[in-house]
Write a protein that binds this ligand. Sequence first.
Ligand code: NAI
Ligand code: MG
Length: 351
Amino acid sequence: MSTYRVASIPGDGIGVDVQREACKVLDTAAQRFGFGLEWTEFDWSCERYAETGAMMPADGIATLRSFDAVLLGAIGFPGVPDHVSLWGLLIPVRRAFEQYVNLRPVRLLPGTTSALAGRGADELEMVIVRENSEGEYSEVGGRHNAGRPGEFVLQESVFTRVGVERVVRYAFELARTRQRRVCSATKSNGIIHTMPFWDEIFAEVAAEYPDVEAEQMHIDALAARMVQRPDLLDVVVGSNLFGDILSDLAAAVTGGLGMAPSGNLNPEGEFPSMFEAVHGSAPDIAGQGIANPVAQILAAAMMLDQLGEKAAGEAVRGAVQSVLAASEVLTPDLGGGATTAELGSAVAEAL
Ligand code: NAI
Ligand code: MG
């Protein structure tokens, strides 16, 4: 029997609630499919930051290194600035473990109403490949003349040939397992150095995949297409910032943020990959027990795929779909009256 060692970081706010349900469902999957899951929980969070001045211990990365995967709830809480929580935990993990792909599958699940009502599940099924290690999320820059009339800030983007090429290549490889279409998000009309460079490398890699249809669109037009003609999209690849924005938009045109999973992947498997919902810690509903756990459960299913338990991952997705299709146990964001725990338990039972 294979046993996987998984680091669990519930984090803040609803991260804690949805993580509990995801673990419940995965333990059920492990039992049913005959593998072991050994969870180790870490209290790394904004609460820990408030007590100790650090989101995680100094040797946090080294600690996580020995795990097969990381399942993360959500990080962020009012009182701790967002850049502190992001740069104190999430971004260091993504970078230290070369999780250069952020994979965000988007599909219209049964029982959910799209902002694009009337579209069928086959017309709304895409995946967003977000560059996850460089780009616009950079520490290069600074604030000058602070507090004086001439005060100004500079924020530089960092795009490397290696970084762009590997994520674009991942998108083309992924497209070969799907509808063989890749759309690249660009803005080379307005952003004159980094985006033409991105486009150039996209064209180079595209030439190696003549069997995959490649196109590029400016991010604004692509945002509009995602709402008006999502059926034209299959794999969408974008920089760190563009991929981040597009994936929230994509979540919004399907069932909302409570439904959207993501994986921070180190495709080579040299380091642990990390799985999390697209949403944050939702302080506005934290502590009420009504967060939708589906996104986190689907993120946990992606983790099973990556661990090599594809049948179990598929079964978890199937259980989510059957619970949603029955429309009996739904959280308030889906128009129901169920709690986080009730929806999580329903999925575990269906499994
Ligand atoms: P958010 O995703 O936490 O919430 C946005 C809206 O969606 C809120 O109205 C919330 O109630 C709703 N929502 C989110 N997840 C839901 C769920 N599972 N079920 C039902 N409703 C849900 O984004 P926001 O408000 O911008 O950020 C809140 C905090 O989370 C901030 O501190 C931010 O930095 C952090 N954050 C952390 C992320 C991470 O850990 N990867 C990602 C995004 C934000
Ligand atoms: Mg986001």
